[in-house]
Write a protein of this length. Sequence first.
Length: 164
Amino acid sequence: MDNLDIRPATTADLVAINEIYNHYVGSSTATYQTRAMSLQERNAWFAQHDGLHPVIVAERNGQIVGWAALSPFHKREAYRNTVENSVYVRHTQRRLGIGRALLIEMLHQARIIGHHTIIASVDSEQSASIVLHESVGFTRMGHLHQVGYKFGRWLDVIYMQMML
């Protein structure tokens, strides 16, 4: 993708990461978080990510236009080689291939790190995210009905999985 630089995130990127994420908190079912995340909370989140759970950003012309992260899927030790992915694109930059570029880079990094499988939890109404994940090899593994409640209604989650 022209002029798109994907690189490891730094603390200097956290304001932009949080801005991108908080847009979706207030306007979308892309996240089931219902209140905006403070910068202090974002810093704590970032501190929990390490070499096994990277955070990357996509930058174009000096602006962060998206980010992605791998997070532990579950706290129990036997899950240590399974991660959950997150991908968020600045709402004004959607459908330009940024999410796909971020997801492909995350898959690459997950393989290098030695993870075994990646789980994506996607709201059933987020068809673009479902199609994106399927386009790089994720498979739908389950449909959980009415497990989230946001914007005054019950929401379903599609579990997707990719074996590395």
